[in-house]
Design a binder for this molecule. Structure first.
Ligand code: PRT
Length: 201
């Protein structure tokens, strides 16, 4: 990520070891992670040759970009120009990670016991029975789009509901989306039939 700093932001970073920036629009310091809990723990700071640019070298607690992506620099110009499919793939991943990050934020708010506005995610996180009934209900609604020959947009909408509610369940189980995606990638080279036949009975 990239941000503006002033002397105070730099001094705060040096003393707190949390990457701190200066918002020119809000005219105030801001600590990366103060709302998302995705702080950047700064180990070293480098000045460039003419001292008008600074690098904070640090270990992030979570995704650095506000979209939930690991880095803000996830859009390769060549892939945009040459391959809009690659760009769509990145967008899909970014959407999932961003949603995962929002759900994690809601979970952290519950743990911090902070008073915040009403949230469906928090309601689900606090009520296992409701959450499981929603996951089952949304999966059933998705099936019905096929059985009842509903249109494509309805199927997409039901799948969005399945994904969101399932991701809330994963957050409660402390399972990262990346763990799920890694499992899917490992299955790329094997047919489901082969995999089932290879299971020990
Ligand atoms: N993606 C979702 C999302 N998808 C569905 N829902 C909510 O899930 C609830 C149940 O959805 P349903 O469609 O099943 O509602 P229903 O009343 O059963 O209606 P039908 O199924 O009968 O049509 C509704 O309140 C929806 O608004 C969601 N709520 C939140 N999110 C994401 O989570 C973020 C945080 O939300 P809050 O935790 O509420 O702040 C949001 O910004 C979104 O990014």
């Amino acid at each position: 990520m990239q941000g503006f700093i002033n002397r105070d932001a730099l001094a705060t970073t040096i003393s707190s070891h949390k990457a701190t920036f200066y918002s020119r629009s809000r005219k105030q310091l801001w600590i990366k992670g103060e709302t998302s809990s995705n702080f950047i723990n700064v180990h070293d700071i480098f000045l460039d040759c003419d001292r008008d640019s600074i690098i904070y070298l640090g270990k992030p607690d979570g995704p650095t970009c506000h979209t939930g992506a690991e880095t803000c620099y996830f859009s390769s110009v060549s892939s945009i120009v040459e391959n809009s499919q690659a760009e769509n793939d990145i967008l899909a991943m970014t959407t999932l990670y961003s949603l995962e990050s929002t759900i994690a934020e809601r979970k952290a708010e519950i743990e911090r016991k902070t008073e915040t506005k009403a949230s469906w995610t928090k309601k689900l996180l606090l009520d296992e029975k409701l959450l499981c009934s929603k996951v089952r209900e949304e999966a059933d609604e998705l099936c019905r789009t096929l059985e009842d020959n509903e249109d494509k947009s309805r199927a997409a909408s039901e799948m969005a509901d399945v994904l969101y509610h399932s991701m809330v369940l994963l957050a409660l189980k402390d399972v990262k989306m990346e763990d799920v995606l890694e499992l899917l990638r490992k299955r790329f080279s094997k047919s489901g039939i082969e995999e089932k036949n290879s299971r020990k009975s």
